[in-house]
Write a protein that binds this ligand. Structure first.
Ligand code: IMP
Ligand code: MG
Length: 194
């Protein structure tokens, strides 16, 4: 019998992703709400061109939806950091592996992240970028897991608060898988406990 690769992927997802926390529509509604709030704030500030900086790679889906809903002049750039090794527990070390191209002095900078967990990544990045003399820095995260916070980072825009569970989809991965799911679901513990 022929193997259907489409079904294989569906079976993999069904076997490893449990409860769906946020479906596509719920996520899009939240992104719309966040974009409206951000737009209003920067318009009120009389901000010139905003620099939206996505943290690779988890923020890519969220960022692409968010910027389409921001009614502001903006540019995009990306940074890559690593705080996670293999698995679901942070190593505690934050390393920059890709920096932004432009000078951010006197610019309004919005950092976009998929999830704030221990807070170490954004705490470190925020401090580092602050030293470069931007006009402002703000953080926008889709998800927040406050129960695991170690570094008290200020977060201006936050979508959903979630319990201490490992989630995947809409950019979030486990070992680089599941990023393409249009929803966010809980990864079954047996996947990472094996
Ligand atoms: P922090 O430095 O501990 O706040 O780490 C944030 C990073 O950890 C995020 O950008 C994610 O890449 C990763 N992370 C934390 N929790 C999860 C999760 O539940 N699913 C997928 N990635 C996660
Ligand atoms: Mg990440």
């Amino acid at each position: 019998m022929d193997v259907d690769p489409l079904n294989l992927w569906k079976d993999t997802v069904a076997a490893s992703v449990g409860q769906v926390l946020f479906d596509e529509k719920t996520i899009q509604d939240k992104v719309t709400e966040l974009a409206k709030e951000i737009t209003e704030d920067y318009v009120r500030m009389g901000a010139d061109k905003l620099l939206v900086v996505g943290i690779l790679r988890g923020s890519v889906l969220f960022m692409s939806d968010l910027i389409r809903k921001l009614e502001l002049p903006l540019e995009i750039d990306f940074m890559a950091v690593s705080s996670y090794g293999h698995g679901t527990v942070s190593s505690g070390q934050v390393k920059i592996s890709k920096d932004i191209h432009k000078d951010i002095r006197d610019r309004h900078v919005l950092l976009v992240e998929d999830i704030v967990d221990t807070g170490r990544t954004l705490y470190t990045l925020r401090g580092l970028l602050q030293e470069r003399g931007p006009k402002s820095i703000a953080i926008c995260t889709l998800l927040d897991k406050p129960s695991r916070r170690v570094s008290q980072v200020k977060v201006e825009y936050s979508g959903f608060t979630i319990p201490d569970e490992f989630v995947v989809g809409y950019g979030l991965d486990y070992d680089d898988d599941y990023r393409q799911l249009p929803y966010i679901g809980v990864l079954k513990p047996e996947v990472y406990e094996k």
